[in-house]
Design a protein around this ligand. Structure first.
Ligand SMILES: Cc1ncc(COP(=O)(O)O)c(C=O)c1O
Length: 394
């Protein structure tokens, strides 16, 4: 990577991307346009607006200037032509799938994706859209799943919670050969660690609630890609209304400005923590793509600039011992979500996957012993010491 190339200067893009230097009232920071509607200077002005003779906004559901700054910033970071914000990551996932597919069509979904994405894809059957699930990275399974009516392939990379890293070059070739649109949920990577569009991926989705917002204080989602596709999704959103509100868009802009700093530190901490855990006799297995022992390490090293802030691992003990370990941790809060400045820990078997039977959970690799740890920005030495103390109670 050439550090003087502005297209890869993450903090330059995070701070300045999407921002006009001359803002309202010479404000340094993008103002919050806290308005639901926009006014026209009479009938002729509205006719000019409709004819595209002047820019601007019409009504909050169709867009807002604060939202637009955040969208252009994210598009710059992803190297995408356009981006569109939503009220949550799930609003983005559901809206994009509904906008892209219609009754009678079929999609392929890579397993080990966020539980609610999995749930929504299965529920699309009621709209006449079928989904086939294939194990993350199983290229033969992928080929076997293709039908004449298949239109789309959806995967996370890295996946959640096992942190499989998909070979984006192979997925792009596969999608092209089979005339499929390829969507990647890149939430766990962020554009700081990976830019799927540069590999030829069609659309990139994020839960902006996570690393982009970065402070566990907002809900938002985003889709990035070519203007033609994002524009069609924007039309759909203008009807369904899953838009982000202007104040949230402002919080997101604020969070994005420090994303590169946060994510780089989270990468560094997570790698060190994963190495520590790998060396502990109280830990059976560690899932982190930055470890040489991770099955996708080679792909991750080739296509990512950092390995992210989530580490999953299995305690070598009973479910009660896992609970004892989590209880003994002093720093992470016990909560779902990831990617913020606060370190969070969760136990997938009893939190994110609690409504599945043990057999169903085991089939997707969610063992009783699995712990998902999302590092925040606390110093790595402090977090490792805390884990060391918690493991010593076992
Ligand atoms: C990878 C991934 N995608 C999408 C989502 C959904 O995002 P949100 O919670 O913002 O709706 C999540 C939430 O945890 C996630 O982890």
């Amino acid at each position: 990577m050439d550090k003087s190339d502005p297209s890869f200067a993450d903090s330059f893009l995070s701070v300045h991307g999407g921002e006009d230097r001359n803002k309202y009232a010479q404000s340094l920071i993008p103002p919050i346009a806290q308005t639901s509607t926009f006014v026209f200077n009479g009938v002729a002005d509205f006719e000019d607006f409709k004819a595209g003779q002047r820019g601007g906004y019409e009504y909050g559901r169709y867009g807002n200037p604060t939202q637009r700054v955040a969208e252009e910033k994210i598009a710059a970071l992803e190297g995408a032509e356009d981006a569109l914000l939503f009220s949550s990551g799930m609003a983005a996932v559901c809206s994009v799938l509904l906008a892209m597919l219609r009754s009678g069509q079929h999609m392929i979904v890579m397993e080990d994706c966020y539980r609610m994405t999995d749930k929504f894809c299965r529920s699309m059957k009621k709209f006449g859209i079928e989904a086939t699930f294939v194990k993350a990275g199983d290229m033969e399974g992928l080929q076997a799943a293709v039908r004449p009516e298949t239109r789309l392939l959806f995967s996370e990379s890295p996946t959640n919670p096992h942190l499989h890293v998909l070979d984006l070059n192979r997925l792009v070739s596969f999608a092209k050969e089979n005339s499929l649109k390829l969507l990647i949920d890149s939430t766990l990577a962020t554009p700081i660690n990976q830019r799927p569009i540069s590999f030829g991926v069609d659309l990139v989705i994020h839960s902006a609630t996570k690393y982009m917002g970065g402070h566990n204080d907002l809900m938002a989602g985003v889709v990035c890609g070519p203007e033609s596709l994002v524009g069609a999704i924007r039309e759909f959103q203008s009807v369904t209304g899953a838009t982000v509100d202007p104040h949230t868009a402002y919080l997101l802009i604020r969070g994005l400005k420090t994303m590169a700093l946060r994510v780089r530190q989270q990468n560094e901490t997570a790698l060190e923590l994963a190495r520590y855990l790998e060396g502990s006799e109280r830990v059976r297995r560690v899932f982190y793509p930055g470890l040489e022992s991770h099955k996708d390490h080679t792909i991750a090293r080739e296509q990512m600039r950092g390995y992210g802030g989530v580490v999953s691992f299995e305690i070598d003990g009973s479910i009660d011992e896992v609970k004892q370990f989590i209880q003994a941790l002093k720093i992470p809060q016990y909560a779902p979500s990831l990617g913020g400045v606060e370190t969070l820990v969760q136990h997938p078997a009893t939190v994110s996957h609690y409504d599945m039977s043990k057999e169903e959970r085991l089939a997707v690799g969610i063992t009783d012993e699995l712990v998902r740890y999302s590092v925040g920005i606390e110093e790595k030495e402090v977090l490792i010491k805390d884990i060391e103390c918690a493991l010593s109670v076992l």
